[in-house]
Design a protein around this ligand. Structure first.
Ligand code: IPD
Length: 274
């Protein structure tokens, strides 16, 4: 019901803010790299783990029958039909270097926690360094720091500021560099903010006109895709598919088709060299 969805959004925001406070307060001048994932640039800090633990505590503390899918701990199934899809720090490389663009992302989804089929019903993205907080509840719109958000007028691709991001593995990056070569000459400029959740929220609040990225994980995408959609953006994949790991494209519904066309022609949903 609408009331339930609104309550989930309130809980998402509370959890994201509490984890954000932990992350903000705990960042030492030099951050330790406690483990590595697919390559040495994919850093997992102690704080990533601590933030996820706190998120689980806050969310399941209030709703013990829900599931959780987290970046660090994987899936913990629930029985309520609601799964929280959480990213304890989106933008870990920025966090490591002290670049002020990293966020805690919390979403409530119904159905399998899989972007191909899920319904995201509520979400919050809390930018840790400056405290900006985007929230959304399905059917209730999107907000930035409590203020209702609507994306601006459409711009032609040539005048669009375009966000993107890159995976951690060299093979994927080679393909992404090639695709970037197709996009860069056609847009106003490119930004690589370093947090996919903040990229999608930036489309909602006007710091980016469009965004595309291959290789997003469910936790990068869940909360922020609802923020973007509830602000009026289109969030889609290529070739008529939904946004997800193969490709996520976001922007004004009048501008997205032009970017989709460029990305489809460039084969941006594949890691093939040509
Ligand atoms: C990463 C960031 C980055 C994006 C990568 C993500 P993480 O998330 O969102 O901007 O380009 O695809 O994996 O590893 O910092 O949580």
């Amino acid at each position: 019901t609408p009331d339930e969805v609104a309550a989930l959004a309130v809980l998402a925001e509370r959890a994201a803010r509490e984890a954000g406070a932990l992350v903000r307060g705990g960042r030492p001048d030099r951050v330790d790299v406690s483990a590595t994932k697919s390559s040495p640039v994919d850093v997992v800090t102690e704080m990533d783990l601590a933030s996820e633990r706190l998120l689980v505590q806050v969310l399941l503390g209030e709703r013990p029958d829900d599931g959780v899918l987290g970046e660090e701990d994987g899936l913990r199934a629930g029985t309520s039909g609601v799964t929280w899809v959480v990213d304890p720090i989106d933008g870990t490389v920025n966090y490591l270097y002290g670049v002020p663009a990293y966020a805690v992302s919390v979403a409530a989804v119904v159905g399998d926690p899989d972007p191909a089929t899920w319904t995201v019903v509520a979400g919050a993205v809390h930018a840790v360094p400056d405290g900006r907080t985007w929230t959304a509840a399905r059917g209730h719109g999107a907000r930035l720091d409590g203020r209702a958000l609507t994306i601006g007028e459409p711009r032609p691709l040539a005048q669009s500021l375009c966000g993107t991001g890159f995976g951690y593995r060299a093979e994927r990056r080679r393909a992404q560099a090639r695709v970037l070569g197709h996009v860069l000459p056609l847009v106003r400029d490119i930004r690589r903010i370093g947090s996919a959740a903040m990229d999608l929220c930036s489309v909602a609040s006007g710091q980016l006109d469009v965004y595309y990225e291959r290789g997003l994980n469910p936790w990068d995408l869940a909360a922020a895709s609802l923020v973007a959609e509830e602000a009026g953006a289109a969030v889609v994949g290529l070739r008529g598919t939904r946004a997800g790991a193969a490709m996520t494209v976001a922007g004004h519904p009048d501008t997205v088709p032009a970017l989709v066309e460029v990305l489809e022609a460039a084969g941006a949903d594949s890691d093939e060299p040509a």
